[in-house]
Every structure is written in structure tokens, then in C-alpha cells.
Design a binder for this molecule. Sequence first.
Ligand SMILES: [Zn+2]
Length: 105
Amino acid sequence: MTAARHRPQRSCVACRQVRAKSELVRVVRTPQGEVRLDATGKTAGRGAYLCPSRRCLEKAVKQGRLSRALASPIGPEVIEALRAALSEADGGAAAPGKRVANAGA
Ligand SMILES: [Zn+2]
């Protein structure tokens, strides 16, 4: 038995940084054409990976990289869901002076 495990790597569609797949957020376009955040990383379909950071999300959306990677337009509700998910992951450290209020406190 070897201690080393295979760690799949993917690159962020926004900044192109290569990271362990487990450190990235996967967005998937399902065979039904639905685009959504794939929390499990196992949803069937075409996937695009992003750093868990709002900066990379905004860049990927603004520059059309996410829709290009998925070969599908990204609806505003999908972007909102991604923003919500990533603002949790961000922890606020990377976004000085900007706090996202928690809905339903
Ligand atoms: Zn990135």
C-alpha cells in the first residue's frame, strides 16, 4: 500500500490556477441543460471549475468564461446561487470592507 493518493487537479476557468479538484467549486451543466452548482462534484454533465472566491466567479461571469466552459448561457439565478454559495466559502478575508449580510437572521 502506498501512502500517496491520486489527487485529481483542475484549473479555475477564471484565473487558470491549477488546484486540487477538492479545493475548487464545480459548476455543472446537466444533460437536461440545467446549469447549477455541483456541491458533490459527482453530478453528471459538463463541468467547469472555479476557485471558491467571489473574485473568480465575477471574473468568470463577466468575461463569459463560465458560459464558454459550459457551452451554455448562465442564467442570472444561477449566478445568484453561485454568489451565495461562494460568499459563505470566502469567509470575508479576501474581500476587505465588504460584508454580506446573512438573510433570515
Ligand atoms: Zn480562480
